[in-house]
Ligand binder design. Structure first.
Ligand code: MG
Length: 162
């Protein structure tokens, strides 16, 4: 078995939203957006890093640099699907994943089911193998002050001899 851990943070842009707020591949209606070179999907970035970590690889920035023009505004599902592909290529399969989104706002409770389904779809997992939790910052720290959204992810891989 292999375990992988991922974390990411994206700060909110100043002023009104310049683009949709995408979390776990789901567009969440909000009047502010996250800064980032790609689509700034902080949750998919953390999950991608967890998969890469389980494979003993580096991080998402090594594979998809934020200096590369082809990654500008890019759909982060591309990164996630690439990492999931690498898992299969190397003889592993994903047993389960568990993620936490840290956001004071917007309220994510109504979107957790959609995010869970989206992750399950991209990784080819039953929804029961995907945990999605959302926590606020209790109004303290950079999450609580609504300066940023963070995400953490863990994955478990099992050997999949074909
Ligand atoms: Mg990121």
């Amino acid at each position: 078995m292999r375990i992988g851990l991922g974390h990411d943070t994206h700060r909110f842009e100043e002023g009104p939203a310049r683009r949709p707020l995408i979390l776990g591949g789901v567009e969440v209606p909000y009047h502010r957006s996250l800064a980032g070179h790609s689509d700034a999907d902080v949750l998919f970035h953390a999950l991608t890093d967890a998969l890469l970590g389980a494979l003993g690889e580096g991080d998402i920035g090594d594979l998809f640099p934020d200096t590369a023009e082809e990654n500008r505004g890019r759909n982060s599902a591309d990164f996630l699907r690439y990492a999931a592909g690498q898992v299969g290529n190397r003889g592993w399969r994903i047993e389960n994943v568990d993620v936490i989104i840290f956001a004071q706002a917007p309220k994510l409770g109504p979107y957790k089911e959609q995010i869970k389904k989206k992750i399950a779809e991209h990784l080819g997992l039953p929804p029961g193998s995907v945990g999605v939790k959302a926590k606020t910052g209790e109004r303290v720290g950079f999450i609580g002050r609504e300066e940023a959204i963070s995400a953490e992810a863990v994955v478990l891989l099992e050997n999949d001899p074909k």
